[in-house]
Design a binder for this molecule. Sequence first.
Ligand code: SF4
Length: 326
Amino acid sequence: MSQVKKIKLGISSCLLGNHVRYNGSHKRSKYCVEALSEWFDYRPICPEVETGMGIPREPIRLVERSGQIRVLNVTDHSQDYTDQLTALADRRAQNFDDLDGFIFMQKSPSCGLFGVKVYNDNGMPGPDPDQGAFAKRMTQLFPDLPMEEAGRLNDAGLRENFLTRVFAHAEWRKEMFPPSAKALVAFHTRYKFLLQVRSEKHYRELGQMVSQAGKGDINELAEQYFGLFMYCLKQRANPNDHVNVMYHLLGFIKNDLDHTSKHSILNLIKLYQQGTLELLVPLTMIKHYVEKYRVDYLLKQKYLSPYPQQFERYNEEQFKNKYFIS
Ligand code: SF4
């Protein structure tokens, strides 16, 4: 059993194996149910059931009509559920205030977060996909909340990005209420390299914001900072960004390393850059020496340890076992 207090995540109910789909089936996600539930408390919701559509029910889909995207009954276009699904998100918003993330079911006209098919009135799929109605309203209501689709968690980069954002969101809520200039500076310092690798531009803007801490309204500054912070974390780093940051980290330990160790780390970074090795390999090596030489500034860096320690060990174990969504 985990020692870390469980973080609350919203989730599409069918992903937990609940029989709430239109045909009474489910879309159980092995990864969400068996791996992540050890660490997260789920708050399940099935928007279609909660809006009273019943089980079983007739299937629905996104349809473009007069320039608007509506959620309509597949066979009877007079049945329009768009407003109900949107209003549900508004109604439930206050129950979601303590969430640190949300996992949605992909492709759903209610829950899909990315690329949901939009049909025209004649039943043909159109060129521009959209979001499910409930998920779309959730992204408007909670722009800073980490959200992802279960299917996309199969991608190592997207999974790492989502989980990092979830833990960062939880840390912010725990440590920045009420906000203080000192806490903001400490928070930003811990995330320095992680932000830098995601987006140098936004990292610099965030640094400028933090330099204003203590000079004005800290609540306003913290709110602005957090919005940009979560946006920055959402960006995907490319290998060259990681290589630059790893060279930077190496600068902190280079005087402690003997020639062989230094050469070996540089070689691992090069192999990663060439695509021969996973990022984890040079990073683990750097982390080993950072711990060995007790480089305090780097020990606190989220770039080297974005997750709580126990989760990190557990997570690595799960992935070794290929614990994945079917
Ligand atoms: S995708 Fe969403 S609306 Fe559809 S069954 Fe799952 S939870 Fe319900």
